[in-house]
Design a protein around this ligand. Structure first.
Ligand SMILES: Cc1ncc(COP(=O)(O)O)c(C=O)c1O
Length: 750
């Protein structure tokens, strides 16, 4: 991008006023007095003629000729589209050209002429709101404009900030130098990568007060100097404008908020654009400081003019950097109605519009904005390590699933009653992961629906109604599944539901025998025993082969089926064995799946044997409008493919084993931690009591590590991250838990 430096390296041209006058007369038919005007790169004159006042610009020879043409073309475009901002009118030559060649002290360059706009430069900070409105109006005017030179390299482009790295050392004051260096590093790392996806167009890119003219009553009479125009993220215009609204020690909140308010009167902004505005302002101030010092050294004779604004920019930069930038960002988001404090306004709206009882996670709820891999990002761009969401098996926004969903949704999305490849392909892949004999799939939209269907199948096939579950089970929110979820139930269980203890000391066969007897007392035979195979809501237990085999044998001997609810454990979370039930070495009668199957796309599945499916089909119908839809199946197949390709079950063993070992070590030092248990990347840490667990979860959240808790008394920390977790992430979890146990002060917010 060295071209960005060219116009700066070349001195301002020095065409003779006499020669300029001759050209004006011969080619434009204009005559009058010529008075030099200041300029950064061009040589400028004011032409006072009987036809009016004009600005004559002799271009810097280092300037790209195409860029000059763009400037002229843009002004003509604005004039033609009737933009309600007065801009200089392009004066063409008698022959209709936009510019003419001129020799400026031996250098070939061009001369062009524009009408002179009357008015005084707007006073610094006199009305940020008006500047915001103007920026938006100008963007409206330029929205349909393009020119090949709009993509040229330009040092004033915010995306050119990395080019300043080598020039920073030219800033003489060491404190300022390190301030600038720090901002550049931050903006380069955290902001520039985000800009690529922002709305972009040709923008003015130099909305500084010197370029905004007003009349005596303060009305805008014009915008001048389109020389830095380029195709860029539109928010960059506000970054530039904002950099001139921050003064010395004044709080920048009000002027920046006013600027945004003005802009929003005309054009909406996305939250992510608002989030980066403060950093764009800081970045622009760095440009002003560094470029001025560099140019002052290149052109010592013009140093006074060049450095005139640099000192002010340095003071503004110090002001921005010493302000609470997170609070400033939050304020701007609030101004835009995107956020109410830490989500306060949204929380109120949520309370009014979503059903009561649907609590938010964490005392300080998270206002999430996006997710990527194992990270979640809030409205301020703060990131949180997601050690809780097993739905996103492959990590948040995994491109394989996003791409599969996008492509399929664009082509065809319909139900399973047509001959389409996707559901069949998905079913074959899923069956391929399960033991022989589990060959037939039904697709639903959730884990609850999968369990509901599994219970209907078990009842239809056995001709009985009774269901046995673990004492604190959760299996879903539909009619039947809510009834077999003691964890959620406020009422006594129905007489067709009986419970057994989770894995522990006792023989599972004894519990099941008692449960069968209890069902029979109520007049029901057992249709099924259903286990969440990692006993998540019971407090997280890896049941082990003996427990599972004993349970299966007991329920089958009483004529019931065994349903493995793999909604939590399934698809590799518990490691290479792939399924929670797999420790038994034998196959369940029915397997249900949900959460991870679509990496966030809602998919549930029931897999059973051909015989059981046939017996069910003989008695009942099954159809789900959305279950197994073409898009759902594309997502599910992509999840399975990526799970295997990334060897996530193996990783769950490796990283889960590492996490458990490190937590066990910690438990050896911290008496509040009683036991670490679970399997693969489903880890439970039992602590002394529920209130302590709650406090630890909150303190970890404050340290930006997200976990949950479970168990009958809520005293088991639930760690269940996306399977793309690494050892380094496990280290973060352990460190956060250790700090949470000490209750040590929170790290200061960036
Ligand atoms: C073991 C188990 N089964 C079923 C469900 C219900 O799944 P869904 O919320 O997708 O309906 C859950 C949900 O947490 C679960 O943990």
């Amino acid at each position: 991008m060295t071209g960005a430096l060219d116009p700066f390296l070349t001195p301002i041209p020095a065409a003779e006023a006499g020669r300029v006058g001759e050209i004006l007369a011969a080619q434009y038919g204009l005559a009058g007095s010529l008075v030099p005007l200041p300029g950064e790169r061009d040589q400028n004159f004011l032409l006072d003629s009987t036809d009016g006042a004009f600005v004559v610009k002799v271009a810097n020879p280092g300037e790209d000729g195409a860029a000059i043409d763009m400037e002229q073309a843009a002004l003509e475009h604005l004039e033609q589209t009737g933009c309600n901002i007065p801009t200089p009118r392009v004066v063409r030559t008698i022959r209709g050209e936009r510019s003419v060649p001129i020799d400026a002290g031996g250098a070939e360059t061009t001369l062009r002429v524009r009408s002179f706009l009357t008015g005084e430069p707007i006073k610094d900070g006199s009305s940020p709101r008006r500047v915001g409105v103007l920026a938006a109006d100008l963007q409206h005017g330029l929205a349909g404009f393009f020119h090949p030179a709009a993509g040229r390299p330009l040092l004033w482009d915010v995306r050119s900030l990395p080019l300043l790295g080598d020039l920073v050392e030219l800033v003489p004051e060491s404190e300022l130098r390190s301030l600038v260096g720090g901002v550049l590093a931050r903006v380069e790392e955290e902001v520039l990568p985000r800009l690529a996806s922002f709305p972009a167009q040709v923008i003015h890119n130099d909305l500084n007060p010197a370029n905004l003219l007003v009349d005596g009553s303060g009305d805008i009479t014009g915008v001048i100097d389109f020389g830095d125009m380029l195709h860029a993220p539109r928010i960059a215009d506000l970054g530039v404008a904002g950099s001139y609204q921050v003064y010395d020690d004044d709080d920048p909140t009000a002027p920046l908020a006013e600027l945004v308010t003005g802009y929003l009167e005309r054009i909406e902004l996305r939250p992510e654009e608002l989030e980066v505005l403060v950093d764009l302002v800081a970045g622009r101030l760095c440009q002003s400081v560094v470029i001025a010092h560099w140019r002052a050294q290149l052109h010592p004779d013009n140093a006074g003019y060049i450095l005139s604004d640099a000192a002010a920019a340095a003071r503004s930069l110090a002001t921005i950097e010493s302000s609470d930038r997170a609070a400033l960002r939050a304020h701007l988001l609030r101004v835009a109605g995107v956020q109410g404090g830490p989500g306060a306004g949204l929380a109120r709206r949520r309370d009014r519009s979503l059903g009561p009882g649907l609590g938010l996670s964490y005392r300080r709820p998270l206002r999430l904005h996006r997710g990527e891999g194992v990270w979640l990002f809030d409205d301020h761009g703060e990131r949180y390590l997601d050690a809780y969401n097993n739905v996103v098996q492959l990590g948040h926004a995994h491109p394989a699933v996003v791409g599969a969903v996008r492509r399929q949704a664009a082509r065809l999305n319909t139900n399973t009653r047509y001959l389409t490849d996707r559901p069949v392909d998905f079913a074959e892949r899923l069956v391929g992961l399960l033991p022989e004999g589990l060959d037939v799939c039904y697709f639903t939209n959730s884990g609850s629906e999968a369990n509901e269907l599994a219970l209907r199948i078990a009842r239809a096939v056995t001709g009985r109604r009774g269901v046995i579950v673990s004492e604190h089970a959760y299996h879903g929110m539909t009619g039947l599944t809510a009834a077999i979820s003691p964890e959620e139930s406020r009422d006594p269980l129905e007489d067709w539901v009986a419970t057994v203890p989770p894995p522990g000391e006792s023989d599972p066969g004894d519990g099941i025998e008692r449960a069968v007897a209890a069902l029979e007392d109520g007049g029901h035979g057992p249709a099924a025993l259903i286990y969440d195979t990692v006993f998540s809501s019971d407090g997280i237990f890896d049941p082990g082969g003996d427990f599972l085999n004993g349970s299966m044998a007991a329920v089958r001997s009483s004529g019931g089926l065994f349903i493995a609810d793999e909604v939590q454990a399934g698809l590799g979370r518990v490691g290479q064995r792939m399924w929670g039930f797999a420790g038994s070495g034998s196959a369940p009668d029915i397997v249900t799946l949900g959460k991870p199957l679509g990496n966030g796309y809602p998919i549930g599945a029931v897999v059973t044997s051909r015989d059981i499916a046939a017996a069910f089909a003989a008695r009942e119908h099954f159809f789900s409008t959305f279950g197994g839809s073409t898009v759902a199946a594309a997502a599910g197949a992509a999840v399975i493919e990526a799970t295997l390709a990334l060897r996530l079950p193996q990783r769950a063993d490796r990283v889960g084993g590492y996490l458990s070992r490190r937590l066990t070590e910690l438990a050896g030092r911290a008496s509040q931690l009683r036991e670490v248990r679970g399997a693969g990347l489903f880890v439970g840490v039992e602590v002394a009591d529920g209130p302590l667990a709650e406090e630890l979860v909150e303190r970890m959240r404050d340290r930006h590590v997200l976990i949950g808790r479970t168990g009958p008394s809520g005293n088991v920390l639930k760690i269940r991250p996306p399977l793309v977790f690494e050892e380094a992430h496990a280290d973060i979890v352990v460190a956060a838990l250790e700090a949470a146990l000490r209750g040590s002060p929170l790290p200061t917010r960036r």
